[in-house]
Design a protein around this ligand. Structure first.
Ligand code: URA
Length: 227
């Protein structure tokens, strides 16, 4: 991979790249996920083949420590797709996304807008749990990018909810703060994307719960308008 492409990958993941003065190139552009993924090998796999590929994936070092991959769960005919960051260690043992307190709150947030958790499709940008529940690294995000894009293509959701900063930055190819990304409708492959605060953050910042409610109301409105 040449350096310009590498920088585009990093930028699309919302990762700051520190470079000596004078070396910053105009090619260091921000790219949304669909453009980054189109630079990766395109595939035409169905759900089963894709899940198998994820289970056997050894593209990054998370494969050395994972117990199970966490491909995603829910209705593969769902209109709603929720994309989080990465599974926790416990979720990596269970093989399911969004368990525990954050998962419980996410389920409650969905219920608040009339959605059953089983009626949506939930996945993460990274399919293996990072050790010690750390934020996923660039290489880990890059390795999983194509899997997420293929899931979006297969599901053809009517709306995508980016849950938290890492999901929003990865999907939208931006580094803007989450406070600026929420409250507006973005698009990936022409699918509307609404950004919400991560439930793990909401558990620590109860005052922001109201904003999360507003964000989900926005997602519901856009869904109803566009379905
Ligand atoms: N569990 C997940 O599956 N995703 C997150 O983003 C956080 C916890």
């Amino acid at each position: 991979m040449d350096n310009a492409t590498r920088l585009q990958y990093l930028d699309a993941m919302g990762i700051d790249v520190w470079m000596p003065r004078g070396e910053v190139s105009s090619e260091h552009a921000t790219l949304p996920i669909e453009e980054v993924a189109s630079m990766q090998s395109s595939d035409n796999m169905g759900w089963i083949a894709l899940q198998k590929q994820v289970e056997e994936c050894k593209q990054c070092i998370l494969s050395n420590t994972r117990v199970q991959t966490v491909f995603g769960e829910g209705d593969i005919n769902a209109d709603w797709m929720l994309v989080g960051e990465a599974p926790s260690q416990n979720e990596g043992i269970e093989g399911k996304p969004f368990l525990g307190q954050a998962g419980f709150l996410l389920t409650e947030m969905l219920r608040a807008v009339g959605l059953k958790r089983s009626s949506v499709y939930i996945t993460n940008v990274v399919k293996c749990s990072p050790p010690d529940n750390k934020d996923p690294k660039v290489a880990e995000l890059m390795s999983c990018n194509g899997y997420l894009l293929r899931q979006i293509t297969l599901l053809k959701p009517k709306i995508i909810v980016a849950v938290g900063r890492v999901a929003a930055h990865t999907l939208l190819g931006t580094k803007q703060p989450l406070s600026e990304l929420r409250g507006v409708v973005h698009r990936v492959n022409d699918i509307p994307v609404v950004v919400v605060y991560h439930p793990a953050y909401l558990l620590r910042s109860l005052l922001e719960k109201r904003k999360a409610w507003q964000d989900l109301q926005l997602a519901l409105k856009i869904y109803q308008e566009e379905k």
